[in-house]
Design a protein around this ligand. Structure first.
Ligand SMILES: NC(=O)c1ccc[n+]([C@@H]2O[C@H](COP(=O)([O-])OP(=O)(O)OC[C@H]3O[C@@H](n4cnc5c(N)ncnc54)[C@H](OP(=O)(O)O)[C@@H]3O)[C@@H](O)[C@H]2O)c1
Length: 256
């Protein structure tokens, strides 16, 4: 029988996969057979994820570059194409917020978030699409946020960048659909990742409970709870799904 979720023979780049959601998705994709290129800026972090994938019986390579460094990001995609002959799946995951209020954020602080959460994702998608279009098959998965849909205080740049990323997802899906590429997004809710922009929120018991209470499932998500979504969108299980935003938020956005 055919396993429609199999990623055997596919090469996937997961940006920002040294820790958190990126690391979990890298392990999830490798578990379904993909060779995963693990990325981040810190070489030690990505080597740890690579080693974890190999220890679990998967196949992975570590490739350090800053997604906002245009030359380095282009060179990263080109190197994967040269080394493996194909880059089939791009997961644009590297990103963060800087918790600056709209009133107080400097123009530089605004631009920093738009650059990492939107501009870098566009440039990587465009570079990766070159080989995907040549081969007539590709999967681009942008990691958005529930904050593209519902806003939190001190988050205007992040909300704007992630909403832009979802608009970009639809536009690229329309442009590249005829070329055999699907472009989708995942919008996670509040996930328990070890050390990220929400660490102060989770450290405050009142805030932690308030955010859990906002969901239908009454809890924060675990880092590996995006694995099913990313494998679905990366595999032949989703051949007729494109331009979609898959919200994985424990029901936060459907609850009053
Ligand atoms: N965690 C949540 O609750 C949540 C909810 C909604 C959406 N998201 C989104 O999910 C994604 C991952 O979030 P996370 O919480 O897992 O983040 P995280 O734990 O802070 O990890 C971020 C990852 O991205 C890498 N990174 C950051 N900037 C980079 C850059 N310019 N170039 C290359 N790598 C870079 C980091 O490694 P280095 O520092 O070594 O570069 C790290 O591997 C983000 O796009 C975030 O907006 C997260």
């Amino acid at each position: 029988m055919t396993n429609i979720f199999s990623l055997d023979g596919k090469v996937a780049l997961v940006t920002g996969s040294s820790r958190g959601l990126g690391r979990a998705m890298a392990l999830g994709l490798a578990g379904c057979g993909a060779h995963v290129v693990v990325n981040g800026r810190n070489p030690e972090g990505i080597e740890a994820t690579r080693a974890a994938i190999v220890a679990a019986g998967g196949s992975a390579t570590a490739l350090a570059f800053d997604t906002t460094d245009i030359a380095a990001a282009d060179a990263g995609v080109d190197r994967i194409e040269a080394e493996f002959g194909h880059l089939d799946i791009l997961v644009n995951n590297a990103g963060y917020g800087n918790a600056r209020t709209a009133s107080e954020a400097t123009n530089v602080e605004w631009d920093e978030i738009i650059e990492v959460d939107l501009n870098a994702c566009f440039r990587l998608a465009r570079r990766a699409s070159l080989g995907m279009i040549r081969r007539g098959w590709g999967r681009i998965i942008n990691i958005s946020s529930i904050n593209a849909h519902i806003a939190r205080e001190a988050n205007a740049n992040y909300c704007a960048a992630k909403a832009g990323l979802e608009g970009l997802t639809r536009a690229l899906a329309v442009e590249w659909g005829p070329k055999g590429i699907t472009v989708n997004a995942i919008a996670p809710g509040y996930m328990m990742t070890p050390d990220n922009m929400d660490t102060p929120l989770r450290a405050d018991p009142q805030q932690r409970d308030r955010f859990a209470g906002r969901t239908a499932l009454k809890r924060w998500g675990q880092a590996n709870e995006l694995d099913g979504a990313v494998v679905y969108l990366a595999s032949n299980a989703s051949t007729y799904c494109t331009g979609h935003v898959l919200i994985v938020d424990g029901g936060m956005s459907v609850k009053i």
